[in-house]
Design a binder for this molecule. Structure first.
Ligand code: COA
Ligand code: AMP
Length: 634
């Protein structure tokens, strides 16, 4: 079938399309229908089906005779270690880890928070939860204690699974102080914390609470997979919204497994036995879908890499891993390639490695800017596939279907909608715009399987954030256009979410942290273009009357506050003090104008008719010059 035929069937007859895809997986009880309404009138996929996702990812492959095939290859230049797990070995580890969790009282529907670096135990922990029907919530290791505390309080986990440390290039980051601080701050107190002890950092054990992963595992009997409903949550993954409180994206089990399996074949052209390397982190959705669940459900070999694109030890790190493990497909964020290009513009390191195994390179997480696309495709001489998706969707909305029919690539476009995504461009009043016109990217309901059914414990916020603005549609909060050929161009967020080095962050959350400083009256954080990281946050602050604090001190204080409260990944480095923020008469901060001023001269930036005082824009323009913030502009 061509892409067009596949896509139109998925839109016109989703029932037949997705039931056929579902039948490719091993269910404990097959779903009687694809789409149906639940008791609350919500559209849900595969209601009545029963399955276990860890069974699909492990047992099914061992039973099919793939037990000796490598399932997980671990490569860690930062710790100097490598490990390999076959499907049989991974099944054994996961079954015992599930046994350990069961012994700690974890069962179907219980939550478990996982705060780990990129080590095999992170994957084992996720699959062990899935085996018991428990719901994991992985928290990215780069988040500070407060972020961990907020997630613990929202998810109320029975147990926290963590490690003694992470390693950032050559810097050991002990996790225990962060976990202890998070538990001190959290109102909910999980009964147990289990540490994977790594030689680089010791744990000072609290005998009443802390346990050692390896000791516990050695004592545990393996646990069998527990049958769950297709609509039972597999995980909660928190992501940034426009306010300080992160959104707990819920992923249900059956729809996700079916959608991932489809995407592996149709988009990534990957089949059982192929090696797939996704250089991301299990703390992000990309890691959930394409380091852990996707490749393993499909019967591929996945690579878990604990390192960076550069400095571990050099800009040839990615080429080494691809060539050493014979990856057929490779996926990362464009920012990683920009970092490589900066250090090795001629790609000299490439000469040291045999990349003949590599067929396709995939990028997502932020816009693939045309210069990076050109550099990468010329350097590698292979298709470089941009694809667009979000934590909420769990798998690509728009991509190039390399496993169905590779379509011509247009630089700047993520190509075409994937199965089940009926994408429209709407103006602010919800009117559909014709081809070529830019507006809000919205997806006509129902969303395909795998996308979020709700937000954890917050159905009202789910409806408000995604469904209310354009009735009958899911609002992606991204802007863009669709051209005459049906190619989708994603231009970026239309809300206050920014993308820093492929990490999704909330400027609203940073503003809340900064607002707590005793000298700050008000502030606006905006994302300003950066050549490597895509965007960097910059804070514009108005100080309280009569405060006596100089620019350097306030910058130092606020940078430290953001690092301590959100984490180093927020990458706030610059703060500009101004007398007034540009606002509308109703008090809304004109962030877009501030962003534009960082790129263009004041004369080129129109003064909005709704502004309450145009001189505030002049002041921002002066501040950008004085503090040299425009240097971020391309
Ligand atoms: N634990 C603790 N700290 C972390 C961390 C983690 N897991 N991840 C990042 N940090 C820290 C970094 O050490 C750095 O600290 P510093 O300010 O003290 O130097 C800070 O957070 C910023 O990190 P990062 O944005 O990653 O910058 P970097 O300079 O270390 O690396 C890139 C830049 C582009 C190489 C890196 O961001 C990268 O590889 N990005 C790809 C992103 C990605 O995979 N995104 C997922 C979607 S596909
Ligand atoms: P996350 O939820 O962290 O995956 O971030 C999702 C956001 O990243 C999207 O809403 C987009 O703004 C951005 N994004 C992801 N992939 C792309 C892409 N291929 N092109 C443009 N923006 C992207």
């Amino acid at each position: 079938m061509s892409y067009q035929e596949t896509y139109w069937e998925s839109i016109n007859d989703p029932e037949a399309f997705w039931l056929r895809e579902a039948q490719l997986l091993q269910w404990i009880a097959e779903p009687p229908a694809a789409l149906s309404l639940d008791e609350q009138g919500r559209q849900r996929w595969f209601r009545g089906g029963r399955l276990n996702v860890s069974q699909l990812a492990l047992d099914a492959h061992v039973e099919a005779g793939r037990g000796e095939q490598p399932a997980l290859l671990y490569d860690s230049p930062v710790s100097g270690s490598r490990e390999q797990y076959t499907y049989r070995q991974l099944l054994d580890e996961v079954s015992r880890a599930a046994g350990m969790l069961r012994d700690l009282g974890v069962g179907h529907g219980d939550r478990v928070v996982i705060y780990m670096p990129m080590i095999p135990e992170a994957v084992i922990a996720m699959l062990a939860c899935a085996r018991l029907g428990a719901i994991h919530s992985v928290v990215f290791g780069g988040f500070a204690a407060n972020e961990l505390a907020v997630r613990i309080d929202d998810a109320n986990p029975r147990v926290v699974l963590t490690a003694s440390c992470g390693i950032e290039v050559d810097r050991v980051i002990p996790y225990q102080p962060l976990v202890d601080e998070a538990l001190r701050r959290a109102e909910h107190k999980p009964a147990r914390v289990v540490y994977v002890s790594r030689p680089q950092a010791q744990v000072a054990w609290d005998e009443n609470r802390d346990l050692d992963w390896h000791t516990q595992l050695a004592q545990s009997a393996p646990a069998e997979p527990v049958a769950v409903d297709a609509t039972d949550p597999l995980y909660i993954l928190y992501t940034s919204g426009t306010t300080g409180k992160p959104k707990g994206v819920v992923r249900d089990s059956g729809g996700y497994a079916v959608a991932l399996n489809w995407s592996l074949g149709a988009i990534y052209d990957l089949h059982p036995g192929d090696v797939f390397w996704t250089a991301s982190d299990v703390g992000w959705v990309v890691g959930h879908s394409y380091i852990v669940y996707g490749p393993l459900i499909r019967g591929c070999t996945t690579v878990v890499y604990e390192g960076k694109p550069v400095r571990t030890p050099d800009a040839g790190a990615f080429w080494r891993v691809i060539s050493e493990y014979r990856a057929k497909a490779f996926f990362t964020a464009p920012t990683a390639f920009r970092a490589i290009k900066k250090e090795d513009p001629e790609a000299r390191h490439l000469q040291d490695y045999d990349l003949s195994c590599l067929e396709n390179v995939f990028v997502a997480g932020e816009r693939l800017d045309p210069p990076t696309y050109e550099w990468l495709s010329q350097t590698l001489q292979r298709p470089v596939i941009d694809h667009w998706w979000q934590t909420e969707t769990g798998w690509p909305i728009v991509a190039n279907p390399m496993g169905i029919e590779p379509l011509p690539i247009k630089s700047g476009s993520a190509t075409v909608p994937m199965a089940g995504y009926d994408i429209r461009v709407l103006d602010d009043s919800g009117r559909e715009l014709p081809a070529g016109e830019q507006g809000n990217l919205a997806i006509r309901l129902p969303l395909p399987p795998g996308c979020l059914p709700t937000l954890w414990n917050d159905e009202a916020r789910f409806r408000k954030s995604y469904l209310e603005r354009f009735p009958g549609f899911y609002d992606t909060s991204d802007g863009g256009l669709i051209d005459e050929d049906g190619y989708v161009y994603v231009m970026g967020r239309v809300d206050d979410v920014i993308n820093v080095a492929g990490h999704r962050l909330s400027t609203g959350e940073m503003e809340e942290v900064i607002g707590d400083h005793s000298a700050v009256a008000e502030c606006a954080v905006v994302g300003i273009h950066d050549d490597t990281k895509g965007e960097l946050p910059v804070a514009f602050v108005v100080l309280k009357d009569g405060t006596d604090i100089d620019q350097e001190r306030i910058e130092e204080d606020l940078v430290a506050m953001i690092r301590n409260e959100i984490g180093a990944i927020a990458s706030l480095r610059r703060v500009a003090v101004v007398q007034k923020l540009p606002k509308t008469r109703s008090g809304k901060i004109l962030r877009k104008s501030i962003r534009t001023l960082a790129k263009e001269a004041r004369e080129q930036v129109p003064t909005p008719s709704t502004i309450d005082d145009a001189s505030s824009l002049d002041e921002i323009a002066d501040a950008i010059q004085t503090y040299n913030l425009g240097r971020y502009a391309s």
